[in-house]
Design a protein around this ligand. Sequence first.
Ligand SMILES: Nc1ncnc2c1ncn2[C@@H]1O[C@H](COP(=O)(O)OP(=O)(O)OP(=O)(O)O)[C@@H](O)[C@H]1O
Length: 296
Amino acid sequence: MISVEHLSKRYGRHAAVDDVSFRCEPGTVTGFLGPNGAGKSTTMRMICGLTPPTAGRATVAGRRYRDLPNPGREVGVLLDASAQHAGRTGREALAVAASTMGLDRREVAAKLDLVGLDAAAAKRRVRAYSLGMRQRLGIALALLGDPRVLILDEPANGLDPEGIFWMRGLLRDFADRGGTVLLSSHLLREVEAVADRLVVIGGGRIVAQGDKSELLAGGGTLVRARDTGALRRALDAAGLAARDSADGLLVPAETEAVGQAAADAGVALAELRPADGRLEQLFLTLTAESTKETGK
Ligand SMILES: Nc1ncnc2c1ncn2[C@@H]1O[C@H](COP(=O)(O)OP(=O)(O)OP(=O)(O)O)[C@@H](O)[C@H]1O
């Protein structure tokens, strides 16, 4: 369990994080979502005791991070995969951490295996690792002490599509066995695929939080046919109001009702899907604003 209560961080006059509160429960993956510069890393660093908050408090498993007697056994952290000691081999990096935590050396081999770093990769120095390999090593380090909580900042960065798929499975499995996961991303689709809950941050403030399905619902249905006129008449006949959108017709109804109306009228569809909901719209606006501000 992670609890964040009214956390704020100011740098001079700039509020990097402003009165942020949320909780992450056991058995769930919480996606911490926000555009670049929104305050995700600063919040995570405060949870892990690396940045002192200006106000507020964060606890992991009921205690402040720095009060945990053996933090690596309680919470696995991956904040910056490129911050690992470049001169060590992957195996050495894990062995050093295992000895600090008082773990059996066998854990090193088990975790290398779990994250898919083979014997040859384990013998190479970290400076020769790709970003994807560093992420895998970082995840191995986070999992080393078999913690019940994982805090991962942009763990999908640098992973290839197969790696991203693998990581989603790993995090889902971790949560399904009762673990608590907090992971950040600046990409909605990336966290949407694995998260149960979403916390959305923009300009240092929480702008939305809740169950993923609730936050993503409510957009209606997007439908497209080659014969738009026939589709419009079919929807009319079924009593469904439709309006034009850039991608087709937008209908404030479930996909099933829209598909049925088209089928009843014998209209062939080219596309039928839930339309982007409020969260997508909100997130697009946030991202556009941050791009304007930062020029990124
Ligand atoms: N040490 C610091 N000194 C001054 N300003 C900082 C510092 N660390 C972060 N900031 C500022 O705080 C804001 C939030 O940054 P943060 O890194 O937490 O955002 P983020 O959501 O993690 O984005 P990114 O994905 O780009 O890292 C930004 O405006 C950033 O410039």
